[in-house]
Design a protein around this ligand. Structure first.
Ligand code: ADE
Length: 358
């Protein structure tokens, strides 16, 4: 069953408009979605086919009448319709990529395009209309807004986007703005392509792109940079493996490895209460010790803090001869570096353990 859009408007000739062209247009022809456009005025009852009236309480502009709009809505969307009923309006919740994804996963949408000063509140309540805005500015009507919403939804419908991968790295899908793009010619108007992109080193290219995305997002959209993004399964296993490597002598006393793991601003508050700087935690060759830590790490949890930072908490249990020291640990990892993540902060607080008397 393909996505069914029913649009209610006073200007049906505005549809399909942009949606009849390019990707959305092809998807319409191929049946990935369908469009039904309804003239609200067809549901007027008077001789002049009027749909609006003056606002109760006075004031400027006209208001869309509830009885007429309700008849139009009921005609295209009976009570048992599973599709959400949306009213395009600057008063609505601002459209996000998450709302777009949710809509694309559903059976379709009934979209009412507002005009005039507004729509009588009673029909919004009675027909459960969800108001949706496309941004903090006022358009002359909801038709363009409806096309924006549908365009964003249609490209996510199954079989519509050619290269599925291009959808995943795009702005907002990763919680970050997209990195810059380059193509041939290698030099244009004296401007070259960053060397890393022509190096053939895919790990380095990935690092560069993520760094660029983070820098751009922080500069242009600090509001996005602090939004948490769910971790992928790969992120989870990488972070568990990296955190565990702090408790394995082979990696913990490997200076080259730890130098790549510690971020430039790394600090540690040890279980003893002592504060360590980055350099104090890098060991010279021959300093290798044994670590008798319980693995896997107990009670390990990952808490995303923003688009690029994760807090890892767990309980460490380390044997020193006869004694066992248990500490509540928390680490902060940020994306980046040779191993995909870098440790920014690590701390331990002793757990009082009456049974073991430590
Ligand atoms: N109608 C008028 N302005 C609008 C906006 N910003 N979003 C959605 N619908 C609108």
């Amino acid at each position: 069953m393909s996505f069914k859009a029913s649009v209610l408007t006073l200007y049906p000739d505005m549809f399909p408009g942009t949606l009849g062209q390019a990707l959305a247009g092809k998807a319409l022809t191929s049946g990935a979605w369908s469009l039904e456009v309804t003239q609200i005025r067809d549901f007027a009852t008077d001789r002049h086919r009027s749909v609006d009236d003056t606002p109760a309480g006075g004031g400027a502009g006209m208001v869309l009448r509830p009885d007429i709009l309700a008849r139009a809505v009921d005609h295209v969307s009976p009570a048992d319709d599973q599709r959400p009923r949306l009213l395009m309006s600057p008063r609505g919740k601002t459209l996000t990529q998450q709302m777009v994804r949710d809509l694309a996963a559903g059976p379709g949408a009934v979209i009412i395009c507002g005009r005039f000063e507004g729509v009588d509140e009673r029909v919004i309540e009675a027909r459960q209309l969800t108001e949706v805005s496309i941004g903090d500015y006022v358009l002359s009507g909801g038709e363009v807004a409806a096309q924006v919403l549908l365009d964003a939804v249609i490209r996510l419908l199954p079989g519509v986007m050619g290269n599925a991968q291009s959808g995943l790295t795009e702005s907002f899908e990763t919680g970050l703005l997209e990195h810059p793009h380059y193509t041939r010619p290698a030099e244009w108007e004296g401007r070259t392509i960053p060397d890393v992109l022509t190096s053939g080193n895919h790990a380095k290219i990935e690092d560069w792109r993520r760094e660029q995305s983070e820098t751009l997002t922080k500069a242009r959209r600090p509001d996005l940079a602090c939004v948490t993004v769910p971790l992928t399964e790969a992120d989870r296993s990488d972070l568990e493996r990296l955190e565990t490597s702090l408790w394995v002598a082979e990696s913990r006393f490997n200076n080259t490895y730890m130098d790549a793991i510690f971020a430039a601003d790394f600090i540690e508050f040890g279980c003893s209460g002592r504060r360590y700087k980055r350099d104090e935690l890098l060991f010279s060759a021959g300093e290798r010790q044994e670590i008798e830590a319980r693995l896997p790490l107990a009670n390990l949890h990952l808490h995303p803090l923003d688009a690029t930072t994760v807090q890892v908490s767990y309980v460490s249990e380390v044997r020193y001869g006869e004694a066992v020291q248990r500490c509540n640990r928390s680490s902060i990892w940020s994306r980046g570096g040779k191993h995909g993540w870098q440790l920014r902060f690590h701390q331990g607080t002793p757990v009082f353990d009456a049974e073991r008397n430590v």
